[in-house]
Design a protein around this ligand. Sequence first.
Ligand code: 5GP
Ligand code: ZN
Length: 132
Amino acid sequence: MSCPFCMIADSIPPATEPKVLTTPLGSAYPVLSTAIVIAFLDIAPVTPGHILLCPRRHCEKATDMTVAEAAALGVWLPILTRALLKVLGTTTEEAGWNIIQANGSEAGQTVPHSHFHIIPRLGGPRGATDIS
Ligand code: 5GP
Ligand code: ZN
């Protein structure tokens, strides 16, 4: 099976010490790589800095994750968000962001390798359900 996120995972070896991004954003910059999870920039960002966080192992829906994978994602989501906003020159106090995760094509999932979107929102207020 050809899965784009498995291909990305295979191309980013686990870092000996997990590091979150600390340098300016580039097109395919790996922002995080551990034995369990990876995070990388979305190829078609909704806003600058839009990143995806997923288990390294292929699993289609959030309910297919192991407890260890789900726990690792839960730990990294806030750490990545903070690091991302810092790179973008802002803070969790000043900026907004969306965390989105879709399960199944009915819910809008297009890549069948479970992932969380972290989408920085540095503009003004917007509708809570306006996620495009
Ligand atoms: P979904 O619609 O499944 O929630 O989100 C899939 C996301 O993956 C989309 O935002 C899309 O732009 C992104 N994407 C699809 N293929 C690739 C790829 O090969 N590389 C990267 N970095 N992002 C991808
Ligand atoms: Zn995969």
